[in-house]
Design a protein around this ligand. Structure first.
Ligand code: NAP
Ligand code: ZN
Length: 353
């Protein structure tokens, strides 16, 4: 039987988020039902809720950094049982048949992965609702196991901010001796610093915010470069093998090309859209440099990242908030005032009328 649940939703791009009652489907054979304990607040939630990407459908229940406990499992579920601590990230399904799915790259599914919210369920055509709610129902293949040593609230942001930065670091084979830089110190940026450090790289942060230096060093940066300081940028010419760019809005990528080493790559994970000003290809061509993109990570890779975090004692630095404070969190995020991820304590939903 489907059940009616409490959640928080965006009702239009202009209105603040507010309480919303909605139905979750009855369990299919391969589904697990998860009581949500914590949900991280990603900048994508703000982009989606305010329709920055023009793809919003309302009402929308955001949230794709979900941690909870299994409360029920369908008859064919083999990997989970009631009581297990689990996570759900940005995807809840994919076709499972295409080449990308076959390689464990469900995020690049040729038939489009189903996003955790503002997506369309492949099997019944309904709209998906995310983690700003008390419970979620997900096919077991898209549920992650949370290793016992991980703090549950601090693990929530790993499901998006974590995997989105882990995946490019692994793809571009960052390891001991790699020279890695991260652009922007927010949710994604702070995880990128932690991972790059743990993988043995020499780590630099590019930021516009001089007051973030002490935090950046604590999080794993060996140095910080003010991206607004042209002389400092010039002094680092040819330095980096990989730059992970987490900036959420249109920005000038050209100043980062000279600081790449020959053969180096700048991977955009933050901004989706036309670069402004345009990218000049000449310095790329002259030194075989690349500007690339990367989307979250596959399910097996997400599990690998969670296991790595448990082994290395890595979790997100979080500010725990009540769901009632979500608009304040969005406002602070818009001002780059995030230390370094808001996580909603879903117990606060019980106080929603
Ligand atoms: P966040 O916590 O708000 O952090 C973004 C950081 O970027 C800010 O703290 C700020 O750092 C810097 N920044 C903000 N506005 C800027 C601007 N106009 N110009 C230059 N720098 C700016 O955001 P987040 O949650 O990390 O998300 C970052 C972006 O990644 C979002 O657009 C989100 O939608 C996207 N995202 C992509 C994927 C993917 O799969 N590719 C997955 C998740 C999220 P400083 O103060 O240090 O400059
Ligand atoms: Zn996200």
């Amino acid at each position: 039987m489907s059940m009616t649940l409490r959640g928080y939703a965006a009702f239009s791009a202009q209105q603040p988020l507010g309480p919303f009652a909605f139905e979750r489907r009855a369990l299919r054979d391969d589904d697990v039902a998860i009581d949500i304990l914590y949900c991280g607040v990603c900048h994508s939630d703000l982009h989606h809720a305010r329709n920055h990407w023009g793809r919003a459908t309302y009402p929308m229940v955001p949230g794709h950094e979900i941690i909870g406990r299994v409360v029920e499992a369908g008859p064919s579920v083999t990997r989970f049982r009631a009581g297990d601590a689990v996570g759900v990230g940005c995807m809840v399904d994919s076709c499972g048949r295409c080449a990308a799915c076959g390689e464990g790259l469900e995020q690049y599914c040729e038939n489009h992965a189903t996003y955790t919210y503002n997506g369309i369920d492949l099997r019944d055509g309904t709209t998906t609702y995310g983690g700003y709610s008390e419970r979620i129902v997900v096919a077991q293949d898209f549920v992650l196991r949370v290793p016992p040593r991980l703090d549950l609230a601090g693990a929530a942001p790993l499901l998006c901010a974590g995997i989105t930065t882990w995946s490019p670091l692994r793809h571009w084979q960052v390891g001991a001796g790699s020279k890695v830089a991260v652009v922007g110190l927010g949710g994604l940026g702070h995880m990128a610093l932690k991972f790059a450090k743990a993988l043995g790289a020499d780590v630099t942060l590019f930021s516009r915010s001089a007051d973030k230096e002490a935090d950046a060093r604590r999080l794993g940066a060996d140095r910080i470069i003010l991206s607004t300081d042209a002389a400092h940028m010039k002094a680092n010419a040819g330095r980096f093998d990989l730059i992970v760019d987490t900036v959420p809005y249109a920005h000038d990528v050209n100043p980062y090309v000279p600081v790449l080493a020959t053969g180096g790559t700048l991977v955009v994970v933050g901004y989706l859209g036309p670069l402004d000003p345009m990218l000049n290809s000449a310095p790329l061509v002259m030194n075989r440099k690349a500007v690339a993109g990367s989307l979250i990570g596959g399910i097996a890779e997400t599990q690998e990242m969670l296991d790595f975090c448990a082994e290395h004692g890595i979790a997100a630095d979080i500010e725990l908030i009540r769901i009632q404070d979500i608009e304040r969190a969005f406002a602070r995020m818009a001002e780059s005032d995030v230390k370094y991820r808001f996580v909603i304590d879903m117990a606060s939903l019980k106080d929603v009328a």
